[in-house]
Ligand binder design. Structure first.
Ligand code: NAP
Length: 247
């Protein structure tokens, strides 16, 4: 059993797989009760929750499309009812489609902005009302924002928005003792990064950081663990670029 009787509560959005699943595992091991949010992968989310519970943790799976304000509101209601007041919000849910700006259609533009930007806005707005004193918010940017590679204009624009939210929201929460930071990973071996790339392209990305490998979801989960934990209490309004030294 790695939980106290009243564990702190964390919501991790997009935690059914990839980086979010690793964050849920790490925060559970750190002693948090974890809400595993997902949009379209209930089986993966339920399997992760079963795994966390088997290891002695407290966890629930909560479906919500972060792009929907109503669904996000209901997600917070469910988590408060089942786990208690939320201490930590990790805004990990996000999508990446690499398409040159001139070829980007309207529907895809809306989808990427709805999930990456509106999704973060929706959860931040709820968190402003609901997060416990001493709470922590961790948003998700990307190191691609510093690289300016072709195909990333729309995705990078969404992550620039998330970074803007992070800096301003940290100040708007003055007096609440809540920190707001963001992690900006470099390439991490998840389906978001790997899908649609050739082995050659993947190896080219892997060689870019001076540490000469792709990041793993656990590399980012440990950074989130730090930002959500007691040692990061004086870190606020910052973007932490966790990318092996890539940029
Ligand atoms: P991933 O493996 O594709 O996983 C994405 C997760 O987001 C899934 O759990 C998915 O859940 C969830 N999700 C997607 N749309 C959602 C929605 N509308 N509402 C709620 N959940 C939703 O991606 P990842 O690589 O772990 O990326 C996580 C975050 O890191 C993203 O914000 C991404 O931009 C950022 N990032 C990733 C990399 C990288 O190289 N991988 C680098 C920099 C930044 P369902 O399956 O249930 O839909």
């Amino acid at each position: 059993m790695n939980q106290s009787s009243n564990p702190k509560v964390a919501i991790v959005t997009g935690a059914s797989r990839g980086i979010g699943a690793a964050i849920a595992q790490r925060l559970s091991a750190d002693g948090f009760a974890v809400a595993v949010n997902y949009a379209s992968s209930p089986a993966l989310a339920e399997a992760l929750v079963a795994q966390l519970q088997a290891a002695g943790g407290r966890a629930i799976a909560v479906r919500a499309d972060v792009a929907s304000a109503d669904e996000v509101r209901r997600m917070f209601d469910t988590v408060e009812q089942q786990l208690g007041r939320v201490d930590v919000l990790v805004n990990n849910a996000g999508i990446l489609k690499t398409v040159p700006l001139a070829e980007h259609d309207d529907a895809l533009y809306d989808q990427v902005f709805d999930i990456n930007v509106r999704g973060t806005f929706n959860t931040l707005r709820e968190a402003a009302k609901r997060l416990a004193e001493g709470g922590r918010i961790v948003n998700f940017s990307s190191t691609t924002l510093a690289l300016n590679m072709p195909g990333y204009a729309i995705y990078n624009a969404t992550k620039a928005s998330v970074e803007a939210f992070t800096h301003v929201f940290a100040k708007e929460l003055r007096g609440r003792n809540v920190t707001v930071n963001a992690v900006a990973p470099g390439p991490i071996a998840t389906s978001l990064f790997l899908d649609g790339k050739t082995e050659e392209q993947i190896q080219a990305f892997a060689k870019m950081p001076p540490l000469q490998r792709l990041g793993q979801p656990e590399d980012i989960a440990s950074v989130v663990s730090f930002l959500a934990g007691p040692d990061a209490g004086w870190v606020n309004g910052q973007i932490l670029r966790a990318n092996g030294g890539l940029a």
